[in-house]
Write a protein that binds this ligand. Sequence first.
Ligand code: ZN
Length: 148
Amino acid sequence: MALDELYREVILDHYRNPRRKGVLEGDHIHAEGQNPSCGDEFSLDLAVEDGKIVDAAIQGIGCSISQASGSMMAEAIVGKALDEVTDLTHNFKLMMSIVDGENPVDPDRPGSVLGDLEALQGVRRFPVRIKCADLPWTTLEDALSQVG
Ligand code: ZN
């Protein structure tokens, strides 16, 4: 299977079966984001304890890129310390900003194992869609800015 095809399968799987869809009960922080250029909406509930994300729930409507990115993000951040999540966000946005070339792994930001998220790197060839992929991460940054 060609890599592009594999990536497309991963994106469609997350789009059709979003992970951690829903809302959180109990103490949590909440953030919402929109990408008007595509009509994507995304909302995020995060439970943070002792500097670590212990639970996350997502809701959204929009294109497959935005919703798959949110699903992969929710899966990637639970169980991680906040500084790891900050590094992951940095590295994801770095990946999306580089046109072709190798996967970026910023050596100074080690929390960078992107896993399934690498499936979104093909999106960077379509600049208008980069905002779709970035939406959940921008929403995440908004949520994290509310932490202590
Ligand atoms: Zn979109």
